[in-house]
Design a binder for this molecule. Structure first.
Ligand SMILES: Cc1cc2nc3c(=O)[nH]c(=O)nc-3n(C[C@H](O)[C@H](O)[C@H](O)COP(=O)(O)OP(=O)(O)OC[C@H]3O[C@@H](n4cnc5c(N)ncnc54)[C@H](O)[C@@H]3O)c2cc1C
Length: 265
């Protein structure tokens, strides 16, 4: 069996695979394509952002596109014996059927402002989207396209300025229980340093005192104040998705958004 370890196509962002254990074929669970969570790629993209060196990540990606006999997923252990995820963490070996990819992907229109709300493992749906922006921004600041090749550098910078924009809201219980937060923060720092406006991060850590709740008023305020709002995407546990579904329903009734502008994953 040959798997692709790295899926470069933007249409793959947000797609998922279905997995079943041969020990219990009645249970199927979904796991998201997360290129950037592969440890080598994760380290490379973070180093590239911190050192402002596009070459670090390109060297890694050249290796990553090779076909492999393993598929990589990022899985939280729920430890439920009737479930699936615990099998990846058990001492015994398990065989799995992998099928996919499924889903329509996150990005249909590469224009306007996209707002993503993610809680817990829900951020895994968006990590590759942030990586897409990171690669674009790193390319634009690449030192090898500097004075020697100024035309190419200007072209890359223009591509960033014309890029659609992502505002990412993340919610975690605390920093220790967060996922990919250091990557999002490195990306935010890189954007600030270079004056790029195509990515914004808003963090909510429940442990840090009184935090604004994600509710109807919160969503409405964002909708009213966002220019050129293309899409709002939500991924998180049921309590989060239910809140957004209700808020979106109200906002649709008030004709502030259309149902084509929202995607609750
Ligand atoms: C599109 C998509 C993509 C996903 N991507 C990822 C990913 O990349 N990584 C990842 O780790 N997970 C991902 N998930 C979640 C994943 O598919 C599984 O749901 C997760 O691994 C838990 O499965 P499990 O069988 O181990 O546990 P489950 O048996 O499904 O239990 C998980 C939790 O749900 C609770 N629960 C179970 N049944 C009920 C019920 N009837 N009512 C209320 N609560 C219940 C359990 O108490 C437990 O807390 C994704 C889900 C979707 C839909």
């Amino acid at each position: 069996m040959h798997f692709q370890r790295y899926h470069p196509d933007i249409r793959m962002i947000g797609k998922h695979f279905k997995l079943r254990s041969f020990a219990n074929m009645e249970i199927t669970r979904h796991y998201t394509v997360c290129n950037v969570m592969e440890p080598g790629y994760y380290t490379a993209i973070n180093d590239a952002l911190k050192q402002d060196d596009y070459g670090i990540v390109i060297k890694h990606l050249d290796e990553g596109v090779k076909k492999s006999d393993t598929a990589m997923f990022t899985i939280k252990n729920y430890g439920i014996s009737r479930g699936l995820s615990f099998r990846f963490f058990s001492d015994q070996s398990h065989d799995f059927e992998v099928s996919g990819p499924f889903g329509k992907g996150l990005i249909q229109e590469q224009s306007g402002t996209h707002i993503a709300f993610a809680a817990g493992t829900g951020v895994l749906c968006f990590v590759d989207l942030v990586a897409h922006f990171a690669l674009k921004n790193l390319r634009a600041t690449d030192r090898s396209t500097g004075s020697l090749n100024a035309g190419k550098g200007i072209k890359a910078r223009k591509a960033v300025e014309n890029e659609f924009k992502l505002i990412l809201y993340v919610s975690f219980p605390d920093r220790a229980g967060s996922i990919a937060l250091d990557f999002f923060e490195n990306m935010q720092a890189h954007c600030k340093e270079h004056g790029y406006f195509n990515f914004e991060l808003k963090v909510r850590l429940s442990s840090e005192g009184k935090q604004r709740r994600w509710d109807y008023d919160f969503v409405k305020q964002i909708v009213v104040n966002t220019k050129n709002l293309q899409k709002m995407l939500v991924c998180g546990p049921p309590v989060v998705t239910e809140t957004f579904e209700k808020a979106f329903h109200e906002l649709e009734k008030e004709r502030l958004i259309s149902r084509f502008q929202v995607d609750v994953l």
